[in-house]
Write a protein that binds this ligand. Structure first.
Ligand code: NAP
Length: 254
């Protein structure tokens, strides 16, 4: 029997990058995985195909988390997808991974970008939890994907960093709120991971090498590096860990 047999996991932003890696890992551990995406349906289908080819179970569903009715759309599409799989609306694991980035330095910032990043990175995860509380089973797991930028100054993208600070604060408060139900809530904080999010910073070998050198292991992180940490936190073995900020940056900025 696998660690997550019989469990249902939702991974937001699982069409690409770290979210895809997390979806693959949780499916390999036996969960039925709901692969959420915002607009890139082809990529989400590819995530599902990769999981199915490996013998796992998954389906894709869409909700643009920047839209005002994001939470309604999200749960309607999720429920429809679960019903197609013959499953009820309940779930065991929510990984809040989807996020936007690229707010720029303080002088580049616009009000529109600020509002969009806070809508996708902060408002959406908080209200997804609020609306999901009566479907999330006791003993369940919430993992919020944060970032090293909440502990190490990152003026390159000040608003993005602020949104991740809010994610850490949300993690702490919800861990206390949901503890009596046996639900753990933790944040996982990657450093630089090679995904579309930072492709613009890796346009030359020198720039890529400089990012790699931030880690004591002298390489960029991979989605699997982060997914394996999430895989542990959602397992029964991590039942005594909650409200924590788990650095998964490969020893960046030690
Ligand atoms: P990514 O490759 O850019 O993928 C972003 C994912 O989020 C995609 O699945 C995308 O869906 C979804 N998404 C973005 N905006 C959305 C919206 N408005 N509505 C719904 N879905 C939306 O990002 P990543 O690098 O894997 O990042 C994943 C998480 O790790 C994020 O929380 C990020 O802040 C965090 N993180 C990343 C790094 C890094 O170096 N990569 C470092 C620290 C923290 P579509 O495919 O449909 O667009």
């Amino acid at each position: 029997m696998s660690a997550l047999d019989g469990r249902t996991a939702i991974v937001t932003g699982a069409s690409r990058g770290i979210g895809r890696g997390i979806a693959e890992r949780l499916a390999a551990d036996g969960a039925l995985v709901a692969v959420h995406f915002g607009s890139n349906e082809a990529a989400a289908r590819e995530t599902v195909e990769i999981i199915e080819e490996a013998g796992g179970r998954a389906f894709a569903f869409r909700a643009d988390l920047a839209e005002p009715d994001a939470v309604d759309t999200f749960y309607a599409a999720l429920e429809a997808g679960l019903a197609e799989q013959g499953a009820g609306p309940e779930f065991d694991i929510l990984v809040n991974n989807a996020a936007g980035s690229g707010s720029g330095r303080i002088h580049q910032l616009t009000s529109e970008v600020f509002d969009r990043l806070f809508a996708v990175n902060v408002k959406a995860p908080l209200f997804l939890v609020q609306r999901g509380l009566d479907r999330l089973r006791d003993g369940g797991r919430i993992v919020n994907i944060s970032s090293l930028v909440t502990k190490n100054a990152f003026p390159d993208s000040v608003t993005y960093a602020m949104t991740k600070g809010a994610v850490d604060t949300m993690t702490l408060a919800l861990a206390k709120e949901l503890g009596p139900r046996g639900i753990t809530v933790n944040a996982v904080a990657p450093g630089f991971v090679a995904t579309d999010m930072n492709a613009r910073r890796r346009t030359t070998p020198e720039a890529t090498a400089a990012l790699a050198a931030l880690s004591v292991f002298n390489r960029l992180g991979t989605p699997a590096d982060i997914a394996d940490v999430v895989g542990f936190l959602v397992s029964d073995d991590a039942r005594w860990i909650t409200g924590q900020y788990v650095d998964a940056s490969g020893g960046s900025a030690l």
